[in-house]
Design a protein around this ligand. Structure first.
Ligand code: ACO
Length: 401
């Protein structure tokens, strides 16, 4: 049942809903999740079909425009993304201002926010053309920024995007090619990475998307809003979970240590990272696809006996049979297996969340655009239940006890 609180608010009533467990903050036509059935749709298309048949940039077009592109629209869109992939040369100075050991998410928050100092035309958010150009700039430049953050941390020279490569291939090329050795892209790995991008492209009003909407509702520019989304995504309860899963698998070490670890989970000493979801009370459909992708990648690389994959499968098996997890409807989420895939591809752990951020950029910008284009948009302004001190009179400092 949906209660439209706008009618109540005129009478002075408001709801108290910490964590937004039961409050919709907007209408949206972009993504639908059926949490009870474990289903996810982008613009009405099941995620399984997109993961199987689409590619990331086509899914981006769909999320932004509401329909799948024709062949001509697809090639124009791909071209527009490619032509915006370069960074202004002065942006490289921002990277140089960071310590080499900075987390790449810290670098991304700063550098993506700094784009607003370079593209003044994008600040005119009321012009649909400028909003579209901002979307291209962000989708195109965020992977370049992520790759440069990695290269800077390694002391490698900045790299440049290359024409003729897919979005995922280009990212791998920017990460790993050097002036003396071109990275040879394995098509199975590039496909797996592209699938990770599709699966992370949007997920309706999660914490980071809601952050982007809230920031954007004040009229803030798109680069500032996406930087806010990246900051929110970084947390281990959200996008940082993929990194946390791999660290957890390392800490557990081997299958024999699983029972003791599970006891700790039940005693609430630690969480089983990569498990649980606010909306899914059934298996996250992205986790199923990710598990299959994991299997494909490990087979391709001859790593089918990979101990981390075995350990992850054991944890999943135990959790799915254990009353603690069954009662709380805790199932693996997308990030339970994505870290294993990314590791197998050769992506360092610190880059897992930046990869999530670059894939989610399209979802953030699609929601930001939908909100700005809505003539009924209002600034986001949550209410509060005040529980602090009652009115009292100021006391001079020498009279205080
Ligand atoms: N491990 C163990 N117990 C858990 C877990 C977990 N991963 N997640 C939830 N629980 C337990 C809670 O302790 C609580 O138990 P209780 O009823 O005995 O108090 C119950 O399940 C309900 O949990 P909540 O925290 O109320 O669920 P909420 O919807 O607020 O949190 C969240 C969802 C943040 C995703 C949580 O499940 C979690 O922290 N998971 C691990 C981190 C993770 O994988 N995040 C990625 C989310 S998906 C994404 O962003 C791509």
């Amino acid at each position: 049942d949906v209660v439209d609180i706008r009618t109540f608010s005129k009478t002075g009533m408001f709801t108290f809903d910490p964590g937004f467990l039961a409050t919709a903050a907007c209408e949206s036509k972009i993504t639908f999740i059926d949490g009870d059935l474990g289903q996810l749709y982008y613009r009405g298309y099941p995620i399984e079909q997109l993961a199987e048949h689409s590619d990331y940039l086509e899914s981006c077009y769909l999320l932004l425009n509401g329909e799948l592109p024709t062949a001509q629209q697809k090639s124009d869109f791909d071209y527009m993304v490619l032509r915006h992939t370069m960074l202004h040369d002065q942006i490289h100075n921002f990277f140089r201002g960071f310590r080499r050991d900075a987390h790449p998410m810290a670098v991304m928050v700063g550098v993506v926010g700094a784009l607003s100092a370079f593209y003044h035309d994008s600040l005119d958010i009321n012009d649909p053309h400028h909003r579209e150009v901002s979307a291209f700039r962000l989708i195109a430049k965020v992977p370049t920024i992520a790759a440069q953050a990695y290269r800077y941390s390694k002391g490698l020279p900045f790299s440049y995007p290359k024409a003729g490569l897919s979005y995922a291939e280009n990212f791998l090329h920017m990460m790993f090619s050097t002036p003396v050795a071109e990275y040879k892209v394995n098509p199975v790995l590039a496909k797996a990475l592209d699938r990770i991008f599709i699966l992370h492209a949007d997920h309706e009003q999660n914490a980071s998307t809601s952050t982007v909407r809230l920031a954007g509702s004040s009229g803030a520019n798109p680069f500032a809003c996406i930087a806010a989304g990246i900051a929110c995504l970084w947390g281990p309860s959200h996008g940082g979970a993929n990194e946390a899963v791999l660290k957890m698998l390392d800490e557990i070490g081997s299958v024999e240590n699983v029972p003791a670890f599970m006891e700790g989970v039940k005693n609430k000493t630690h969480k089983l990272m990569g498990f649980g979801h606010r909306v899914y009370k059934n298996m996250d459909p992205r986790a199923k696809i990710m598990k299959q992708t994991c299997d494909e990648v490990l087979n391709e690389l001859g790593l089918h006996n990979d101990p981390k994959f075995k350990l992850a499968m054991e944890l999943e098996k135990i959790a799915l049979e254990d009353p603690y997890f069954i009662e709380r409807k805790l199932y693996p989420n997308v990030d339970f297996y994505s870290g294993i895939v990314l590791s197998a591809i050769g992506i360092p752990v610190a880059m897992f969340t930046p990869i999530f951020a670059l894939a989610r950029t399209v979802g953030w910008i699609a929601h930001w655009t939908e909100m700005i284009a809505d003539p009924g948009m209002k600034i986001g302004r949550p209410r509060q239940l005040y529980t602090g001190a009652q009115r009292r009179d100021y006391v001079q400092v020498d009279a205080r006890r």
